[in-house]
Design a protein around this ligand. Structure first.
Ligand code: MV4
Length: 522
């Protein structure tokens, strides 16, 4: 129980269950987020149980945990998405709580219910809150009723192309068709005028049907050049619901975020207060608990509109943690255990600026094509204001079964400019050998005048990406990578087979050049 409760609090009586045992947490996830959650558990004196697929036996999250349970073959549906296997692992390991991380089952209401029905604590919001926000028209109805600005449009699905056409004329073109069961861009179509609406409706509906098993479509007015700005919220069982300011997530490509910042260059103190209030209202109105994120579209004119709520921990949570000095995963664990959030009721002030680059195994010089292979060498940046949230190490292989995130590089500085300089320095320290990564793309964005100005929107990568990637990396970069590869190879062999790192092999090829060739660099 908290020792001090702010006096404005509606109630000091926890709603729902009081304190719950959270002594051993099963993490129903993998990679960097599993490692991140394990760290928070250990800082709280909580035991961590990892689960892993056959493809992840060598993964760092398995060794970082106190115990680990193999749950099945590599395909996610047979392992990380298999509720029975996960609950079996929880029972077998004596876990009392389950943290879903992000992705996989994190926003599936039926999983939250199954966890609770098994007598375990779900480290996340109630299933009802997940459900309310998962259905986009239901979320729009509830938000509108709670007085939160939603994009003009329909709060119910449209029956057919004819109704879509009529509604679109009322709203005014251009419009956006969206999947009721959607989120993240699937089943979404921009329509310019009435001539395009019938075919767009059919395409969106069938895409939604195959992606979500639900072809229902609704309409919104299309907002031009919006920024994607989201508010972090925390809600506990004592009626505290607080926000931790915004994150700017407009640097994204095909709905995959690449860079996030806190605070947003487009948000001043007044807008933060207004958006924060709306986000807290959104969370409160669905009986939210734990950490969540309310996404908004911010127009060039400074108006904001509710887009959707993510009812989970997000990939980009570290930028908020660094600027607000709050460990969001620790807050999740406290709230799940029936304790209060440590965040004061009065909104906190941001301190400095943080930027996150998602380092993925994708080749920016080849349309961000996902790459597979072995991490031959990994040098992780360190030093003042730098954080690496990773879940992969030298010797691990990256396949196509899971998402391509290698790790997140986060830099903090007193100002946006200091954070940018630090991120450049950190990106220059980062060495990944073995497969192409998004690293060079990030390094170029951090020199781009448009990004530096802060005046960018969700069209940024589409508009400026090609220009940034028009030249291949400099020869020196390739040589540095090749040298690192040779060092890694040398280290691996040193014990068994002494090799002359500066001498040619039997075929007359130097290890540097050979390493570069094996990487496809020459
Ligand atoms: C929009 C929009 C413009 N107008 N809705 C994309 C993902 C999905 N969650 C919502 N998205 C958008 N909805 C209206 N009425 C523009 C986008 C959008 C977008 C939103 C957030 C971040 C990046 C984006 C990239 C392209 C389009």
């Amino acid at each position: 129980m908290p020792s001090i409760l702010p006096s404005f609090h509606p109630s000091v009586v926890p709603c729902g269950a009081g304190s719950r045992a959270v002594k051993r947490v099963l993490i129903a996830n993998r990679g960097e987020i599993a490692c991140r959650i394990i760290r928070a558990c250990h800082e709280e004196g909580i035991e961590a149980v990892a689960v892993y697929s056959e493809a992840d036996r060598q993964s760092p999250h398995v060794r970082a945990a106190d115990t680990a349970v193999e749950i099945g073959p590599p395909p996610a549906k047979d392992s990380y998405l298999n509720v029975d296997r996960l609950l079996g692992a929880a029972r077998h390991s004596g876990a009392d709580a389950v943290h879903p991380g992000y992705g996989f089952l994190a926003e599936r209401a039926h999983f939250a219910e199954a966890v609770e029905q098994a007598g375990l604590t779900f480290i996340g919001p109630p299933a009802a809150a997940i459900r309310a926000m998962g259905e986009k028209t239901e979320a729009r109805r509830r938000m509108a009723a709670a007085g939160i600005p939603v994009v003009p449009g329909t709060n119910d699905p449209v029956r057919d192309a004819a109704e879509a056409s009529q509604v679109a004329r009322e709203i005014g073109f251009p419009v956006m068709l969206k999947a009721v069961a959607g989120g993240g861009g699937k089943g979404m179509r921009r329509v310019e005028d009435s001539s395009g609406i019938a075919s767009a409706f059919k395409a969106a509906s069938s895409e939604a049907q195959s992606a979500f098993g639900d072809g229902a479509i609704y309409l919104e007015k299309f907002l031009e050049c919006p920024r994607h700005v989201e508010i972090q919220v925390l809600a506990d069982r004592f009626g505290h619901c607080v926000h931790l300011g915004e994150r700017e997530c407009s640097v994204q490509r095909r709905h995959q975020k690449l860079i996030e910042e806190c605070p947003s260059p487009a948000v001043d103190i007044d807008l933060r207060i207004a958006m924060g209030k709306a986000a807290v209202q959104a969370a409160t109105s669905v009986g939210y608990l734990g950490a969540g994120t309310v996404e908004f579209l911010l127009t060039p004119g400074g108006r904001f509109y509710f887009l959707e709520m993510n009812t989970r921990l997000q990939v980009e949570h570290p930028v908020t943690e660094m600027v607000y000095g709050v460990d969001i995963v620790r807050e999740q664990l406290r709230i799940a255990a029936g304790e209060s959030t440590t965040v004061p009721g009065r909104p906190m002030r941001p301190r400095g600026h943080a930027i996150e680059c998602r380092i993925t195994s994708e080749d920016p010089f080849n349309g961000f094509l996902p790459a597979t292979g072995r991490i031959e060498f990994l040098r992780i940046p360190t030093g003042p204001g730098v954080r690496w949230d990773g879940g992969i190490e030298t010797g691990n292989t990256i396949g196509l079964f899971y998402d391509p995130l290698i790790g997140k590089l986060i830099a903090w500085g007193e100002t946006r400019d200091r954070a940018i300089r630090r991120m450049r320095r950190a990106l220059d320290e980062l060495v990944i050998v073995g497969l192409p990564t998004s690293q060079p793309f990030h390094r170029r964005v951090l020199d781009d005048p448009v990004f530096l100005s802060g005046d960018y929107d969700t069209d940024y990568v589409q508009r400026h990406g090609e220009k940034l990637l028009s030249t291949r990396p400099a020869r020196e970069t390739l040589e540095l990578a090749a040298i690192a590869a040779a060092m890694a190879e040398h280290e691996a062999r040193a014990a068994a087979v002494p090799i002359a790192a500066n001498g040619p092999d039997a075929a007359g090829e130097s290890p540097w050049l050979r390493a570069a060739r094996l990487q496809g660099l020459r």
